[in-house]
Design a protein. Structure first.
Lengths: 289, 306
């Protein structure tokens, strides 16, 4: 049986023009990235003329305490928010699936709230969290804690979106089998349920990490005087060339992570090709119900 | 024998009952998080939208909404946001269709390479990419003397740059699903390539076009960074996002800021709902895809569908 995907490529021979167009669009996507990389090695401070190769802006960057502090805030918040929201999201998804068995209406209500930060524009989520923390100003002052709480609040729904459908698609007899064989409930979750969910958990966690790492709007409104990379760059009065150095490092860092991730997925796909086929057919059955 | 089976069944349900309670209990932090940090803040801004403050007395009012509707500047900002978002969406659609068609009809290997190449820049901080364009525009001005920064062109250019992938990804997935037998049939029946495009490709890729439009239009209409950085921070170019920012952050009237945010949020939620009614694809898929795009659209569909 031929899949539909293969069918769509039949009898298609793109013209030179369309290939040329694809290259132009890709250049459009990468031009600013290359330009930043090149200018990070510029010996002059000007962003209009490249003079000679120099690492001077990397040195300046290492001396800019405010910027380094922003990097530290971004990284620690991203790690903490990812860890906490992944744990909350996975436990929440398991709980929601359980709730769904008895109270479908409540589950849908909770899922709708879950989707609120996803569907709402970020700026609405941001001002609503700011309004909350303002009213609780007796307990919180705007800063690291409020930023962390806000990041957990908008990352967790994304983890649930990734994990919850996979929990529904789990075959309950697998866990029952484990328990019949003498596993405790905890053991059955750790040894059977979590491994089954691990691809969804990994993508949920990665999504939470990048969302938190990239966030500007929400951090800007709830961070107070604490800034992450985005808010630091945004509130700079004048453009500082060391930001180019930082951007280059971030581009390289993310590039390396992506290459690893692609490799991991490729490797995994090859290893459990049969498994994938089986789960895919299962998914089709479930989604048709 | 019958007794035995019964016994096992009983044991199972007991086990399950225990499991259910413990699982629900361990989800409590998640439920609390949703109530306190998602629902409660949203209720707060809705309440704020109906409140105002004078001489340290807070009272209930509809003034915020009437102020928004009657003041020409605010309506102008909202209109400008919608206009910019509309132009951006149209340009994205025109630019994205050919490349999405190319990707959708390429062989699996070429397709996944191209999709990866298109999604990689999306992982990089949007602000940093916009600042890169800010520098390039500055460079162009210093070479040619044409001022780009601070113009409408620069803002729309930046929006197209940031949101184009959100158009390409849903488009290519729906083009990929078109059976090429349709193209052949259309050709056999005497249609030329233009007719084939309008009578086959375009109608059959409609779901992708609609998802692409919502995914580009909504974030473009509410962006803060792009108008701020490429519009040179000029108050003349203020869009709705910057307006909310100015009331919450720089000014003090967060009651009025809340009213704008509530109007914005309700408008967008309603439009998503209406588009969802028009189009049978699950709304969740589409609105999520803005972030899911990074992970490949097909995966997103698998995740959000049920």
């Amino acid at each position: 049986m031929r899949s539909r995907k293969n069918l769509s490529t039949k009898n298609y021979s793109p013209s030179f023009m369309s290939k040329f167009y694809v290259v132009i669009i890709l250049l459009f996507f990468y031009l600013p990235i290359f330009s930043v990389m090149v200018f990070s090695f510029n010996s002059a401070g000007s962003a209009t003329r490249f003079e000679s190769f120099s690492l001077k802006w990397y040195v300046t960057m290492m001396k800019n305490d405010e910027l380094l502090n922003a990097v530290q805030v971004t990284v620690t918040i991203a790690i903490l928010a990812t860890l906490i929201s992944t744990i909350l999201g996975v436990l929440g998804s398991l709980g929601l699936a359980e709730l769904n068995k008895k109270y479908k209406g409540w589950t849908n209500f909770i899922l709708n709230i879950n989707n609120l930060p996803v569907v709402n524009p970020d700026i609405v989520t941001a001002v609503s969290l700011m309004a909350l923390f303002m009213s609780l100003s007796a307990v919180f002052s705007f800063g690291y804690t409020t930023m962390l709480l806000a990041h957990i609040a908008f990352c967790t729904p994304y983890v649930v979106i990734q994990v919850y459908p996979k929990v529904l698609a789990l075959d309950p007899s697998e866990q029952e089998a484990a328990m019949d064989l003498g596993a405790t409930r905890f053991q059955s979750i750790v040894k059977v349920v979590l491994p089954d969910l691990s691809p969804a958990i990994i993508s949920g966690a990665m999504m939470a990490f990048t969302m938190s790492f990239d966030d500007f709007v929400i951090s800007y409104f709830v961070g107070g005087k604490v800034s992450n990379i985005s808010t630091y760059v945004y509130s700079m009065r004048r453009f500082k060339p060391e930001v180019n150095a930082l951007s280059t490092l971030i581009f390289l860092f993310i590039g390396i992570i992506l290459v690893f991730f692609e490799f991991y997925q490729f490797h995994k796909e090859r290893n459990d090709d049969d498994d994938v086929k089986r789960t895919k057919s299962k998914k089709i059955v479930v989604s048709n119900c | 024998m019958a007794f035995h089976v019964n016994n096992i069944k009983k044991q199972k349900t007991n086990g399950k009952g225990f499991k259910a309670n413990a699982t629900l209990f361990s989800a409590t932090p998640y439920f609390l998080l949703l109530m306190i940090l998602v629902l409660l803040p949203f209720i707060f801004i809705i309440l704020y939208a109906f409140m105002s403050k004078s001489a340290s007395k807070i009272y209930l009012t509809l003034d915020n909404f009437s102020k928004f509707v009657t003041n020409g500047n605010f309506v102008a900002a909202a209109g400008k946001s919608l206009l910019f978002a509309f132009v951006t969406t149209v340009i994205c659609l025109i630019l994205a269709y050919p490349i999405a068609y190319f990707i959708g009809r390429s062989k699996a290997k070429v397709r996944s390479l191209l999709v990866t190449l298109i999604t990689v820049p999306m992982w990089i901080n949007m602000l940093l990419r916009i600042l890169a364009w800010q520098q390039i525009f500055g460079m162009i001005s210093s070479w040619t003397g044409i001022t780009l920064l601070g113009t409408d062109f620069a803002i729309i250019f930046g929006m197209v740059y940031i949101f184009l992938p959100f158009m390409i990804i849903p488009l290519y997935t729906s083009i990929m699903k078109i059976d090429p037998a349709f193209y052949e049939a259309s050709k056999d029946l005497g249609a030329d390539s233009v007719e084939t495009f309008f009578k086959v490709s375009l109608p059959l890729s409609m779901p992708g076009i609609i998802s692409g439009i919502t995914m580009v239009f909504l974030p473009a209409a509410t962006s803060i960074i792009i108008p701020q950085e490429l519009g040179d921070g000029n108050s003349k170019y203020i869009l709705i996002g910057n307006l909310i920012e100015s009331y919450f952050y720089k000014g003090d009237d967060y009651y009025f800021g809340s009213a704008i945010a509530v109007v914005l949020s309700l408008t967008l939620l309603l439009s998503i709902y209406l588009v969802n009614k028009l189009d049978r694809t699950n709304v969740k898929d589409r609105s999520f895809v803005k972030k899911y795009a990074k992970f490949g659209y097909e995966k997103a569909l698998e995740g959000g569908n049920r």
